[in-house]
Design a protein around this ligand. Sequence first.
Ligand SMILES: NC(=O)c1ccc[n+]([C@@H]2O[C@H](COP(=O)([O-])OP(=O)(O)OC[C@H]3O[C@@H](n4cnc5c(N)ncnc54)[C@H](OP(=O)(O)O)[C@@H]3O)[C@@H](O)[C@H]2O)c1
Length: 299
Amino acid sequence: MIKQRIMIVGSNGMLGQRLTEYYLLQNNAEVYCTSNEDESFIPNVDYDKIDLADKKSVKKAVTKFFPDVIINAAAYTAVDKCESEKELAWKINVTGVENLIHYAKSVDAKLIHISTDYVFDGENGPYDETKIPNPISYYGRTKLASENALLTSGINYAIVRTNVLYGHAKYGRPDFVKWVVTSLRDGKEINIVDDQINNPTFLDDLVKGIDGLIKFKKTGLYNIGGKEFLNRFDFTIRIADFFDLDKSRIKRIKTADLNQPARRPLKSGLIILKAETEIGYKPHSIEESLIVMKRELGL
Ligand SMILES: NC(=O)c1ccc[n+]([C@@H]2O[C@H](COP(=O)([O-])OP(=O)(O)OC[C@H]3O[C@@H](n4cnc5c(N)ncnc54)[C@H](OP(=O)(O)O)[C@@H]3O)[C@@H](O)[C@H]2O)c1
């Protein structure tokens, strides 16, 4: 059997870890992991440290493995820091993608790039793939610029827009669900905004969606999000209900109360009809996802 050669960029990140675990289990895939740390968080994988912003580093990795598919799950994702670290954010989120495009072209690899609903202003979401972006943060601007680089690249690419990831990532910072569960169990009070609406995306669904785009040889722009649209406060209540936690400690606040450096899209979210109809994408409900997380994490 000829194996598909899959290079994962950002393999130590939240999505990258889950993608790595998924493809390691597929008999028809050969996996090459790359990220910014010295070591792979997931043991026993073919791994190299790369700096996406450095063309030579990207060239070395791509021409070592000669991938059929490159999945870019790396990014400078600290939304607020992007406002003060503009140059670094651009280097990783835009120049980095241009570097990947250059070498994907040279080895004729497909490039799957992960983007975000933060390319929108959040005035009138949810958004389908035809809506015109209008980012209101520097992070959103860099992600839109990376999409535009792909649009004009002439290579075989797919852009996956997603929003609010949750799910099991063994290493690194806890995801939103784990943070809510541990905070409430520790008796802490948590402040949650009730004016940011979107459709939170279960990591395993996103991985399946990405894999669907590869299997069905899709190109262009696809939204991959959750099944349900709700605000963050209500999402938190659903988590607390599921895990039978004290809801009185969840305090309702507004985004403006947080005084964050970067503005957030408020009425956002991604319509997933295109992925549902073209690749049979079927996300879990929130409770179904929480059942999986509870089992895996022993939460
Ligand atoms: N998380 C969300 O809710 C969300 C929502 C919408 C879209 N997205 C998009 O989904 C993708 C994955 O997000 P995520 O939450 O999994 O991100 P993440 O956990 O922050 O992981 C990003 C990974 O990229 C690596 N990286 C950063 N700079 C790099 C560089 N110069 N060269 C190589 N690797 C580098 C990071 O390494 P270090 O940790 O060492 O920097 C990290 O391992 C991103 O494109 C993000 O924009 C995420």
